[in-house]
Design a binder for this molecule. Structure first.
Ligand SMILES: Cc1cc2nc3c(=O)[nH]c(=O)nc-3n(C[C@H](O)[C@H](O)[C@H](O)COP(=O)(O)OP(=O)(O)OC[C@H]3O[C@@H](n4cnc5c(N)ncnc54)[C@H](O)[C@@H]3O)c2cc1C
Length: 434
């Protein structure tokens, strides 16, 4: 441990050992989100559409998140630190690895896995992103594209969260246009040399295992590699000053002649299309993040408006506030039903990439709208992270952008329904004479 680590650990320890805040003094008239509000947002009774196993997963995750994460999330979000001590608790939920069967993974239905994502996100979006990157991107890539040996070697410890994974596609100069990535993989005796940079990679500052995509210099195609922490030439530096998902540790990765043995090349990644197979599934999970976030926002507003009084009456008694609440509630029901239908299409093998993209883009759009109304409803407390809504409002911004921005996902659906791809502007051949 370096001196800096030691100092940071001491600072954190004393910070989090402070006597518990007397909430009634700090926040007169309304309860903050550290005591999480009951779920009032499931108005159309989603449980009726779930199997008993899916309902049980939902309740188990909800209880853990409300009891273990809600009391600490504001402090960690504010400090932009990751709460490492909760990793074993999240691992014990047996939701990591989601739909993967065997190799110590839970083998949940996609609906069960999606509900777990939503329940985590309802309380804390950063925690759900941590799990999503690890489980629905890194683990799923190994499950879909790894060799039998790689699956046996890596998936069991990842499923228990004894090891943490990340997934590195984006580069400083290649975000939406990820298929143009420039990190190179050159074949040498016994392995490969990786050179290049990656940006925004969640969990990368502490991940034990990094799934990295690079362009094969012989074939010009995209290949995938499993890179272990502390491999010589690999560095990951935390990106500071984010306004959303502040608990997630996003990093800039530098690959300086990193040697990867042949056994750590993912045999199932032969082209960029192979990453699209993973993204189509993970987008279903990402779509359930804003659903969970919006449920939490609604639940918080519902309790707050009944607790706080103005003009001698609870805020919930004013017609304009009721209309706003109902607007939010309608959004949440529509989001849930689209998310649920997406899962069913996936389960029946009928889901198309365009359908997954429409789900992700439309649900994030509605979640942003829901968060903006919720922020208004809480007045001044709507800008305090302590009351969840301000924090969730900020957390939705990166979710609107990652796994394909709203625009890119719209264009994926647009291509599917029209037959025209419009990602690249038509070459402007003539210069304007004006
Ligand atoms: C918090 C966070 C976490 C992330 N985690 C990861 C991770 O773990 N792993 C990973 O690989 N990546 C990750 N990303 C990267 C993320 O996927 C990219 O940010 C995203 O793909 C957008 O790329 P960009 O930021 O470079 O934006 P740009 O591509 O520069 O886009 C800027 C704007 O232009 C628009 N635009 C771009 N191209 C078009 C077009 N053809 N038509 C219309 N509009 C267009 C976009 O919609 C956007 O509004 C993360 C990002 C964030 C913010």
């Amino acid at each position: 441990m370096t001196k800096q680590d030691d100092l940071e650990q001491k600072a954190n320890t004393s910070y989090f050992n402070l006597p518990p805040l007397d909430i009634s003094i700090a926040f007169p008239q309304a309860t903050p989100a550290s005591i999480f509000p009951p779920c009032a947002s499931d108005y159309y009774q989603l449980n009726d559409l779930l199997t008993p196993e899916e309902q049980a997963v939902r309740m188990k995750v909800r209880a853990c998140m409300e009891q273990e994460i809600a009391p600490i999330m504001t402090e960690y979000w504010e400090k932009a630190k990751f709460p490492f001590h909760v990793i074993p608790k999240l691992g014990a939920l047996r939701i990591v690895g989601g739909t993967i069967k065997g190799y110590g993974c839970p083998g949940l239905s996609i609906t069960g896995s999606a509900l777990a994502t939503a329940e985590v996100a309802r309380v804390d979006a950063s925690c759900s992103t941590f799990i999503l990157v690890h489980s629905s991107l890194a683990m799923l890539t190994i499950a879909f594209c790894g060799s039998e040996e790689q699956k046996q070697k890596y998936l069991p410890s990842l499923a228990q969260l004894k090891a943490v994974g990340c997934w590195a596609l984006t580069e400083p100069d290649n975000g939406s246009d990820a298929s143009a990535l420039e990190t190179t993989a050159t074949k040498v005796e016994g392995g490969w040399i990786l050179k290049g940079q990656k940006r925004w990679i969640g969990n990368s500052t502490f991940a034990d295992l990094l799934v990295i995509f690079a362009r094969n210099t012989a074939t010009n195609q995209i290949n995938g590699f499993i890179v272990k922490k502390d491999t010589p030439g690999l560095t990951a530096t935390k990106i500071e000053n984010k306004i959303g998902l502040r608990i997630v540790q996003n990093g800039d990765i530098l690959l300086k002649n990193v040697f990867i043995a042949d056994e750590d090349r993912l045999p199932g990644v032969d082209s960029f299309q192979d990453t699209n197979k993973i993204l189509a599934v993970s987008r279903v999970m990402v779509a359930w993040q804003p659903i969970g976030i919006s449920m939490g926002i609604y639940d918080m507003c519902h309790r707050y408006l009944k607790e706080r009084k103005q003009f001698g009456a609870p805020l919930a008694a004013f017609q304009i506030n009721q209309q706003k609440l109902v607007h939010m509630l309608g959004n949440v029901q529509a989001m849930i039903l689209i998310g649920w239908r997406l899962c069913k299409l996936y389960e029946s093998g009928k889901m198309t990439p365009g359908q997954a993209s429409l789900g992700k883009s439309w649900i994030t759009l509605k979640a942003r709208e829901t968060a903006a109304i919720g922020r208004e409803l809480l007045g001044g407390n709507g800008i305090l992270a302590d009351f969840l809504v301000a924090k969730a409002f900020c957390d939705l911004e990166p979710i609107y952008t990652y796994e394909g921005t709203y625009d890119i996902n719209s264009l994926i659906t647009g291509r599917e329904i029209t037959g025209f791809a419009s990602f690249k502007p038509a070459a402007s051949s003539k210069r304007s004479r004006l």
